[in-house]
Design a protein around this ligand. Structure first.
Ligand code: GUN
Ligand code: FE
Length: 431
């Protein structure tokens, strides 16, 4: 059988620093070897020990690089590629002014296919191999997305947006059409290859209680389905939810009441969640996507990562493109670091690596498949370049240990730092 061995420095996350401490949270091989067979990882270790054992493998040697597992983006919108960096608004006005008109264009299947291709290419250029993705309201947007993802053999999770009120008529479905369109997509795509479906109500304000009820019903009809939505991103949004659902205890309770929380439920943002809501998310196995570039760009607020984690909530990292300003999870970590600094806290580089990889996989209940480079997992990995830019090279020459090198990559790195991206053992991007 065909084996490939990649030789480089190799680092991967093997635990949450909060649970196991920094030193036990990662594995590092200064001169490492990653052996891949049939799209899966066969072995990882010191080159010295493994080279003899895998003499039959094709050897790929890298210098001045760091191999790590592919980045996981736990919240992103593929129809928003063309509105990144749209000027001047906070959440609700931003949706009206920029987002809804951009998503309208996805009524054209041709536009959807083109943008799905552009979007996936951009993820790969940035070292992201798995993402949890919002489509538009049009079911064809998800056919286009999964068609392109399948061609590249990527592990991707996506869903058609459900929204039946408080949005332009051209973007509204109905409770029944959202249910049946989503169901059709689930039958067609969920579990096909490495694809998974997410029931995707946009957020509480744009769904009627009837639609949320059907979304909750659908979520429990098939094993392994995801639920993907937004929560507590913006103060005005939260007040609006209170006025739309006065009978509910709070924002999370709207989703809870409709059966939309639990394992494989992923809530983007959550920057203004109260302690009780964090507790409830934790006890139900729900996850939050931390989207620092978006939270800063839209002026939404600062995530209380410690509170979420103390309450047992799974946390992954999201770009939230197009409110987020970069596809790069290295850049997300740069901004995450600053979000923590503004709260007088630190983000250790190994914790950061965890959030972008294994923490994301755990949020998605996919850590048996992805999230690090353990043998048996999907061979989804990225080759980072210590010489990516003049400044990165200079920082690397100064850096005296792995912590500093890793930190320099996340503060100064972006797509330029990604030398190659592999999915299921196949190189899908090379700089
Ligand atoms: N809340 C509802 N829709 C959206 C969206 O498209 N982006 C963000 N950031 N928040 C939302
Ligand atoms: Fe979003």
């Amino acid at each position: 059988s065909h084996r490939t061995a990649h030789r480089s420095a190799i680092l991967h996350s093997i635990g949450d620093p909060r649970e196991v401490g920094i030193e036990a949270s990662y594995e590092y091989f200064d001169d490492g070897l990653l052996v891949v067979e049939n799209g899966k990882i066969l072995a990882i270790g010191h080159a010295e020990t493994l080279l003899g054992q895998f003499q039959d493998a094709d050897l790929v040697e890298y210098t001045d690089t760091l191999i790590t597992s592919g980045f996981i983006d736990t919240h992103i919108h593929y129809p928003q590629v063309d509105i990144i960096g749209a000027y001047g608004e906070q959440l609700l006005e931003w949706l009206e002014t920029y987002t809804f008109p951009a998503e309208r264009k996805f009524e054209s299947p041709q536009h959807a296919s083109e943008l799905a291709g552009v979007f996936l290419k951009e993820l790969l250029r940035n070292g992201t191999t798995t993402a949890l993705v919002f489509g538009s309201v049009h079911k064809e947007s998800i056919d286009a997305f999964f068609t392109e993802a399948e061609k590249l053999d990527l592990r991707m999770i996506a869903g058609k947006v459900m929204m039946d009120r408080n949005a332009p008529e051209y973007l509204c479905d109905t409770p029944e059409s959202a249910y049946s369109d989503s169901k059709e997509l689930i039958e067609r795509w969920h579990g096909k290859g490495r694809l998974h479906y997410a029931v995707t109500p946009r957020f509480a304000p744009t769904s009627t209680p009837e639609q949320l009820t059907l979304a909750g019903k659908l979520f429990h009809e098939y094993p392994g389905l995801y639920m993907h939505t937004h929560i507590s991103e913006n103060k005005q949004e939260i007040e609006w939810v209170k006025s739309l659902f006065p009978e509910r205890k709070g924002y999370l309770d709207v989703y809870d009441h409709h059966g939309l929380i639990g394992e494989r439920s992923v809530f983007a943002h959550g920057v203004h969640l109260c302690d009780e809501e964090c507790q409830r998310l934790g006890e139900t196995g729900s996850a939050v996507a931390f989207c620092p570039t978006s939270n800063l760009f839209l002026g939404s607020g600062l995530l209380n990562l410690d509170l979420l984690e103390e309450r047992g909530v799974r946390v992954g990292l999201g770009t939230d493109v197009g409110a987020g300003t970069s596809f790069s999870q290295l850049q997300s970590l740069n901004e995450a670091y600053k979000v923590m600094q503004l709260q007088g806290k630190k983000l250790d580089p190994f914790k950061a690596l965890y959030l972008a990889t294994l923490g994301g996989a755990r949020s998605l209940y996919l850590d048996d498949r992805i999230g690090n480079l353990d043998p048996g997992k999907d061979a989804d990995f990225v080759v980072l370049d210590y010489q990516a830019t003049p400044l990165i090279s200079r920082r690397m020459a100064q850096a005296s240990n792995l912590t500093e090198k890793l930190f320099a990559l996340m503060i100064l790195g972006d797509d330029r730092a990604v030398k190659a991206t592999y999915a299921a053992g196949v190189c899908r991007h090379r700089k």
